[in-house]
Design a protein around this ligand. Structure first.
Ligand SMILES: Cc1cc2nc3c(=O)[nH]c(=O)nc-3n(C[C@H](O)[C@H](O)[C@H](O)COP(=O)(O)OP(=O)(O)OC[C@H]3O[C@@H](n4cnc5c(N)ncnc54)[C@H](O)[C@@H]3O)c2cc1C
Length: 405
């Protein structure tokens, strides 16, 4: 896609991290044409990672999560339309239709629509509360704020989000009980071996994690929830589900774009001549191999936004194929993941021991480093980053590891 000029109009759908950063980046890199951002939520753009951490733990007010406070959009000459959901796209014409019938015609459209929380429903409860949005966080925070220390909150799902929610509830003096259907959390993203090393984190933090558990039903009582499991009963004052995410792309079905577990884009984030997609909703081809990959990582969304802003504003390109990075703060520890490891990659621990609570391991495939994972070892992870960036040979990496110096 060529760089844009004065007379062009960019319409960004989605006012989350990727959408807002793109709009801001277009201005920062000198684009002087029209920029419109439409966001379905009524709130100014905000950060999601603190919702399950500082906000739920009661350490931050919700105001602190803002990405664009005050009239930042007005200052940047960005037409920010909140509470405005896009309901149709004509990709060839660059036309976006909003829920209220407004039609926006653009030279370029950027789809930064993220994902939603996957619903978890039981026969009696219907869909349980989840945590994806600022409104979800506010609701959950307010409900748990009314509980007494020592009261139980049931968290369905022991993945990254469920673990963070449990940690934050624990920090409030509540007693979270995490229910995980798999025999071990995090096997999918980290592989069985690394997941095994992390299996004891909850217990170390005195948080109850039950694995291999099937939730049959959740029944609301007076002030309590009765959670019926395949092997018993559990009572909690609140229940929250953290069972993954789902895409909400039905409105794009007639748009002419390729949809395949995400909006399919090439390495330049192009979905069609006038349309790009970025962030959690984008499945990026070419840099990631045959079917490409969609990553729900804060840093990836931010990198996409920066790369696209530069390309469209005609600035020097940034490295779009930057190594993906993800972190999670859970059970008093920080887990960090770099690269594109696959669950069955070889794993070699190079710093610390699994019992030390601080370690770093490299992933490798066919003798080539594909990623690194660290537990509360941020410095070692940064030292390992160049090895992951260039796809170093594992033998060379081990012989010349920076942590041995
Ligand atoms: C609680 C929580 C904690 C997290 N913690 C971490 C973490 O520790 N580390 C990490 O790496 N990542 C974390 N993430 C993931 C990270 O927040 C996401 O990767 C990032 O927000 C992706 O940005 P995005 O702009 O693609 O999507 P989003 O931030 O989801 O923004 C998309 C926006 O588009 C809007 N939208 C959707 N459809 C439409 C439409 N049709 N019309 C208009 N607007 C629309 C949505 O309402 C939403 O506001 C966390 C996510 C959550 C929910």
């Amino acid at each position: 896609m060529d760089a844009l000029g004065h007379d062009d109009h960019v319409v960004v759908v989605g006012a989350g991290l990727a959408g807002w950063r793109l709009a801001e980046g277009l201005r920062r890199h000198g684009f002087a044409g029209r920029v419109s951002v439409v966001g379905a939520e009524p709130h100014l753009p905000y950060e999601r990672p603190p919702l399950s951490k500082q906000v739920l733990a009661g350490r931050w007010d919700l105001e602190r999560v803002a990405l664009a406070g005050g009239d930042r959009a007005g200052e940047l000459g960005i037409d920010l339309r909140l509470g405005a959901r896009a309901v149709a796209l004509d990709a060839a014409a660059g036309e976006v239709t909003l829920e209220d019938g407004t039609r926006l015609v653009a030279t370029r459209v950027a789809l930064a629509v993220g994902v939603e929380a996957r619903a978890f429903s039981t026969p009696s409860s219907g869909a349980l509360p989840t945590l994806r949005s600022r409104d979800d966080a506010e609701g959950l925070r307010d409900r748990v704020a009314g509980l007494e220390p020592g009261e139980t909150v049931v968290v369905v799902g022991g993945g990254f989000l469920g673990a963070e929610v449990a940690t934050s509830l624990g920090a409030r003096g509540l007693v979270p009980v995490v229910l995980e259907a798999a025999t071990r959390p995090l096997v999918g993203p980290l592989g069985a071996e690394v997941a095994g090393w992390l299996a004891g984190l909850a217990a170390d933090a005195s948080i109850e994690l039950r694995t291999g558990v099937v939730v049959r039903d959740v029944v609301a009582g007076s002030g309590t929830w009765r959670v019926e499991l395949d092997d018993g009963l559990l009572e909690g004052r609140e229940v929250v589900a953290a069972v993954g995410s789902r895409l909400d792309l039905g409105w794009l079905e007639d748009s002419g774009l390729a949809l395949d577990d995400g909006i399919v884009v090439d390495a330049a984030l192009r979905a069609a001549p006038r349309v790009a997609a970025l962030g959690d909703a984008a499945r990026v081809l070419e840099v990631e191999g045959e079917r490409g990959a969609r990553r729900e990582h804060w840093q990836v969304a931010a990198d996409h936004a920066e790369a696209l802003a530069r390309a469209w504003a005609g600035a020097e390109p940034s490295a779009l194929a930057a190594t993906p990075y993800f972190w999670s703060d859970q059970y008093g520890k920080k887990i960090q993941l770099l690269g594109r490891p696959l669950p069955d990659d070889e794993v070699v621990r190079v710093v610390g021991s699994t019992t030390s609570g601080r370690w770093l391991a490299l992933y490798a495939r066919a003798g080539v480093v594909t990623g690194a994972v660290a537990l509360s070892q941020p410095r070692a992870l940064m030292l390992a980053k160049p090895l992951v960036d260039v796809g170093a040979r594992l033998d060379d990496a081990l012989a010349d590891a920076p942590w041995e110096r």
